[in-house]
Ligand binder design. Structure first.
Ligand SMILES: [Zn+2]
Length: 206
């Protein structure tokens, strides 16, 4: 059975956004705390023991703390159930949380080679030592199955596909980002447009 935990559903900046005085952010700070939301990300698992994150939002540390499924196993000094992170793009909203995943725990990073190039060109991401954190290129329109730490198949199939991004210019309105369109567990269940869960419209953003 495929398990999905929505870690956050807000657009970049979250709700309330630190510098936003719009009515929604004002209410979220005061009488409507239920409006607060961390930035978009989901965690998925086929076995309930090993988890893969779709994007690492700037709020990742807080999201892990709030999600028991992502806590270290009881009795272990160093452990994480997070087996991998799948990046759909190289924007700060998707990658900044990786900086909270330093400290030497192994996991695998899956991303398009252009996204991996962004990480490589920015030395701050060297906190993720490639000895521990393998960087695995993924291709648009080619399904892949992320692996468990022992190399066994995870039971999750992910099909990245290209979507239009923010216009760089009128002539070039697409970018090769990978969005997980269909995430399928080994037991036959699937969710379509999984990435849309994580990018669904949040309350108004300032
Ligand atoms: Zn606002």
């Amino acid at each position: 059975m495929l398990r999905v935990v929505v870690l956050g559903a807000a657009a970049g900046g979250g709700v309330p956004q630190w510098n936003c005085g719009c009515p929604v952010c004002l209410m979220a700070r005061t009488e409507r705390p239920e409006l607060r939301s961390t930035q978009a990300s989901i965690a998925i698992s086929a076995d309930g023991a090993h988890w893969f994150l779709i994007n690492a939002s700037p709020d990742l540390r807080q999201q892990i703390t709030a999600t028991p499924q992502l806590h270290p196993k009881a009795g272990k000094l160093r452990h994480s159930p997070i087996a991998g992170v799948i990046l759909t793009n190289g924007e700060v909203d998707a990658v900044a949380g990786l900086l909270s995943m330093r400290e030497g725990s192994p996991f695998t990073l899956y991303a398009h080679e252009r996204v991996l190039a962004i990480l490589k060109s920015n030395s701050i991401f060297n906190v993720l030592n490639e000895k521990n954190v393998k960087r695995q290129p993924i291709e648009v329109d080619r399904a892949f199955e992320p692996a468990l730490p022992d190399g066994a198949p995870s039971g999750i199939e992910i099909l990245p596909f290209e979507v239009p991004g923010k216009g760089i210019s009128k002539a070039r309105r697409t970018r090769p980002v990978a969005r997980a369109r269909a995430i399928r567990s080994g037991f036959g269940s699937s969710i379509s447009e999984a990435a849309n869960i994580s990018t669904s419209s949040p309350p108004a953003r300032g």
